[in-house]
Design a binder for this molecule. Structure first.
Ligand SMILES: C[S@@+](CC[C@H](N)C(=O)[O-])C[C@H]1O[C@@H](n2cnc3c(N)ncnc32)[C@H](O)[C@@H]1O
Length: 219
């Protein structure tokens, strides 16, 4: 928890109810220990989707499709969503949950490979990219995201502050977590120092980076 739990609980208590389908899926996911976006991220996504009104959305990290349906619900009618997941256990549920949603395309397989394929074959840019997958791979994903994002598109990256441990020296991080700690620091450094994104890092949920593409493809 990055911010005081008491404050987070208070902010969450102000949130309205989710539509029934999403509320049921959220409950099921939490009961079954599927990691899904927290309330604070939900609220931020609603705000961003309302403000940006994206038409072509890419999500990396579907899990069972909770955030995918969430994004669909709060996006303009007709917006297209492409989402990627590689773990069979999650895909089994995601296929069922997303099957009656023609605007959603579920890409099965490792996102690094799939992003490369997309960036080779896809001509339109994505104006909203939500990155919520393996934290240690974010920097590798970024090389492809750069090619896929549209001009003035937004990249929303979740879990970038690693429950606050990102700020700790590597020597106080458990040996098994050091690689992820270093990779996330490298990712954030790159986002903050490169020429093609303007990035703000917010202590929302487990940390969110919002990055606006200064260049990018036509939409
Ligand atoms: C935090 S969960 C996503 C939660 C989902 N966005 C939601 O809020 O409903 C991260 C997901 O990313 C998937 N994932 C991790 N690395 C991946 C990769 N390289 N390619 C595809 N999926 C990946 C995991 O299997 C996991 O289901």
């Amino acid at each position: 928890m990055i911010i005081n739990e008491h404050i987070e609980d208070y902010i969450n208590s102000l949130e309205g109810d989710l539509p029934e389908e999403l509320a049921k899926l959220e409950k099921w996911a939490l009961e079954n220990k599927v990691p899904i976006i927290r309330k604070s991220m939900q609220s931020l996504l609603i705000f961003l989707l309302e403000e940006r009104k994206p038409r072509n959305i890419l999500e990396i990290g579907t899990a069972v499709g909770f955030s995918t349906l969430f994004i669909e619900h709060f996006s303009p009618k007709g917006a297209k969503i492409t989402t990627m997941e590689k773990v069979e256990m999650r895909l089994k549920e995601a296929r069922k949950i997303l099957k009656d949603h023609p605007d959603i395309t579920l890409i099965e397989g490792d996102a690094l490979e799939q992003l490369e394929l997309l960036s080779r074959n896809h001509t339109e840019g994505y104006d909203f990219i939500f990155l919520d997958a393996a934290k240690g791979q974010y920097l590798s994903f970024l090389q492809h995201i750069r090619k896929l994002i549209s001009k003035s598109g937004i990249l929303v990256t979740d879990n970038v502050l690693l429950e606050g441990s990102i700020a700790e020296s590597k020597f106080s991080i458990e040996r098994r977590d050091r690689t992820i700690h270093k990779r996330m620091r490298d990712f954030l450094y790159e986002l903050k120092h490169c020429d093609d994104f303007e990035t703000v890092i917010l202590p929302v949920g487990d940390g969110v980076a919002l990055s606006l593409a200064k260049g990018g493809r036509p939409l």
